[in-house]
Structure formats: structure tokens, C-alpha cells
Design a protein around this ligand. Structure first.
Ligand code: SF4
Length: 228
């Protein structure tokens, strides 16, 4: 194939992609350029979400709680939905449960800004009730798009709803936690207890730490040294 033929066939391929609605090439690498591209991708997902009214949760929200943290994170935490503090501040995991999540992240030798944090539903269920199936299915495509923009190595699913949504299962968190499951080709999911459950069940913190040690091992993180 000559140089001109190569240019023509590349041009035709790009026109074909545009015709079927693909505006960007599916390349995704790492590093500074890739980081910028991922950031733009997350921004594109947020833009597509817009002032979302795709489910009934939009009616009583103060803010959409999209997600926060590094767009280049190897580790993503996915919770169930925003609570009162999160709804007011527009940021996930900022209340008491969020402070506990921050301590768990720091115990792993990381900072909140090293990871990405989001929820299955992005608007607060009234009275902190569980998100309903129609709300989860309306919001779920945006979670999936966020995860494909970030492409982490590990996702920690916090609590039953996050684990069931990501793993497409009806199993309870008690039987799911403690081992990895595949999400797509190269992402591992570790289900564990939700921090708000830990606030009511102190004894389960040990189980969560065991799960986080498996996550650290998977990510090649060093275990922090004990100081006493
Ligand atoms: Fe839209 Fe999700 Fe909020 Fe429902 S929960 S209104 S789908 S952003």
C-alpha cells in the first residue's frame, strides 16, 4: 500500500468512526498526556450527566455528588449513595462514615487525593434509605463510564449495594467480601463492608482491614510499619 493509500484508508476509517458516533480514538495510555485525556474523559462523563433528572432522586437533591479524587487512580472506592453531608457539600464521603474511609485510606499509606471516590447513585436517597432498583439502573451507566475513564487496577465496593451493582449479583456483602472478583478484563473488585456499617459494628473493622491488606498486596503497596 502506498503512502497516499494509507492516508486515504486512515481518513475513511476515521470518517466511519465518526459516522457511528465515535468522536475519539479508543487509545488510552498512562503518563501526563494520558492523565489529561482521562481528566477530559471524566469531564465528558460529568458533562453528559448534566443537570440529571433521569430518576426520581433528582427531586430532593441539593447537589449531584459526582465523585472526587485522582482521574489517574489505581484504586477506586465505590459507595452506595450520598448522605446528608455529601448532598450539601457535593462531595462523596465527607460525613462521619467518610472520615472513617479517609482513615482507612491513610492506614493503607495513601491519601484521599491518591484514590478516586464515588457512589452508585449520585443523588441522595431521601432519609438515607437504600437506592431503589430503578434509581440504580438509571445511574449505573455513569458509574460504568467513570470507571472506564479512570481504568483503575482495583475497585473496592463498599457495602451490599455497590457490590451487588458492580458484580451483578443478589448475594449479600457478608458472603461476597474477602476475595477478588473480575470486572472486565483487567480490573479486580474487592467487596467489603461500608464505613457507615463499621460505625455501628466496630468489631467488623478487623475484617475490612484484612480485605484492605489484600488490596494493598494486589497494588504492590508496602504495609505501614507499626510504631509502638
Ligand atoms: Fe440522575 Fe443518578 Fe441523580 Fe438519578 S441518581 S437523578 S440518574 S444523577
Amino acid at each position: 500500500m502506498g503512502y497516499k493509500d494509507l492516508i486515504d484508508s486512515t481518513k475513511n476509517y476515521l470518517l466511519y468512526l465518526k459516522e457511528i458516533g465515535i468522536e475519539e480514538l479508543p487509545y488510552k495510555g498512562r503518563g501526563k498526556t494520558a492523565e489529561k485525556q482521562e481528566l477530559l474523559s471524566l469531564e465528558a462523563v460529568r458533562k453528559e450527566l448534566g443537570n440529571c433528572k433521569r430518576c426520581k432522586l433528582h427531586g430532593q437533591r441539593t447537589n449531584i455528588v459526582f465523585g472526587c479524587g485522582s482521574p489517574d487512580a489505581s484504586l477506586v472506592f465505590v459507595g452506595e449513595g450520598p448522605g446528608e453531608d455529601e448532598d450539601i457539600q457535593g462531595e462523596p464521603f465527607v460525613g462521619r462514615a467518610g472520615q472513617l474511609l479517609t482513615r482507612i485510606i491513610e492506614a493503607m499509606g495513601l491519601k484521599r487525593e491518591d484514590v478516586y471516590i464515588c457512589n452508585v447513585v449520585k443523588c441522595r436517597p431521601p432519609g438515607n434509605r437504600n437506592p431503589e432498583p430503578d434509581e440504580i439502573s438509571a445511574c449505573r451507566p455513569f458509574l460504568e463510564k467513570q470507571l472506564s475513564a479512570i481504568r483503575p487496577k482495583v475497585i473496592v465496593a463498599l457495602g451490599t449495594h455497590a457490590a451487588q451493582t458492580l458484580l451483578n449479583t443478589a448475594e449479600k456483602i457478608t458472603s461476597l467480601r474477602g476475595r477478588f472478583y473480575r470486572y472486565g478484563n483487567d480490573i479486580q473488585i474487592m467487596p467489603t463492608f461500608h464505613p457507615s456499617y463499621l460505625l455501628r459494628n466496630e468489631g467488623k473493622k478487623k475484617d475490612v482491614w484484612e480485605d484492605m491488606k489484600l488490596v494493598m498486596k494486589e497494588l504492590g503497596l508496602e504495609f505501614p510499619r507499626r510504631t509502638e
